[in-house]
Design a protein around this ligand. Sequence first.
Ligand code: NAD
Ligand code: UD1
Length: 338
Amino acid sequence: MRFLLTGGAGFIGSHTCVALLSAGHDVVVLDNYSNSSPEALRRVERITGKKVKAYEGDCCKAQDVNRVLENEKIDAAVHFAGFKAVGESVHIPLNYYENNINSTITLCRCLSAHGVKRIVFSSSATVYGADNQPPYKEDMRVGGCTNPYGWTKYMNEVILRDLQVSDPEWSVVLLRYFNPVGAHESGLIGEDPSGIPNNLMPFICQTAAGVRDMLHIFGNDYPTPDGTCVRDYLHVMDLAEGHVKALEYAVEHQGTEVFNLGTGEGYSVYQVVNAFERVNGLTLNKEDAPRREGDLPESFADAGKAEKILGWKARRSLEDMCRDAWHWQKMNPRGYHG
Ligand code: NAD
Ligand code: UD1
């Protein structure tokens, strides 16, 4: 089958290209490269030995989306495209609502006009908010987000559900990702954050590489076993393989379904730091620091539904995530611009 990946040159999109091509599918990418590089797609071609058809364009512009759909026969779309920096979303909320919501509406209108009524959407565990206790289950009440980025994920879920109710021919799969980290084992593709990374694993990698002086561990007084926050870290290639299953499911079912994509296991910041040091044989410059505003003590999935219905389960360990993240960082000290 042939799938459209909006934002397919990004971190998760590029790894999903590899997983789909390796599973025998074709991919077509639509990306405006606002947070990525076309080089990522050339690397995908190197890894797989297959072609990636790429269009440069903006998902908020109907003419850009229609250009793709007029040229390509598409079976379903994955909508990765969007802005994702939580802190930035607090400062420029209108940019986030505009890009993240308009892109979904425009994409769905164009897909529908071309008779492609199947979409897999990149949502986030952030929609569980502060009101639920982990392990998070798909049928928990969502909302209570703490920032505009989180609300865009929540609103997109609502929009896509309403669309499916209005037209039962649609198949909508909402994927709530937990904490994707790591890189393809080749070290050719990985996460290439612009500026100072917000997320833990890229910050660890840049500290190990000497790009950052010191890793700050945000909070050691949480009500968790060792006092640091617990998260459900997930290898990005496991996540990518989850999209293969989700797309195959979307092609065969109508309706709306939600799936957590996580391992179901939580690790603390100290555990991640220790695993990274042990697996890669190095010592990080690190110090305990005050809590970061907006952090929850614990977040991890109940991953049972994806296993039961999609037949998907994360296979890679925390050690794999730490080894592959560092391998990518060492091979590409300046990301795709090196
Ligand atoms: P990313 O920034 O690496 O990839 C997003 C891609 O979308 C980029 O290539 C960017 O250039 C492109 N893009 C943005 N706006 C666009 C537009 N209007 N038109 C065309 N292209 C556009 O991010 P990622 O980490 O790969 O995340 C992919 C999706 O998953 C995002 O929607 C993100 O919010 C969601 N998500 C990510 C995480 C995470 O930890 N990385 C967690 C939960 C959810
Ligand atoms: C963050 C976002 C979440 C988003 C996700 C994308 C916040 C509050 N949450 O999640 O909405 O979906 O990224 O992956 O921003 N940490 C440090 N030092 C660092 C960086 C992080 O100690 O330099 C700690 C954090 O306090 C947290 C853990 O590491 O406890 C994981 O942080 P991060 O990778 O940013 O992920 P989340 O906070 O889970």
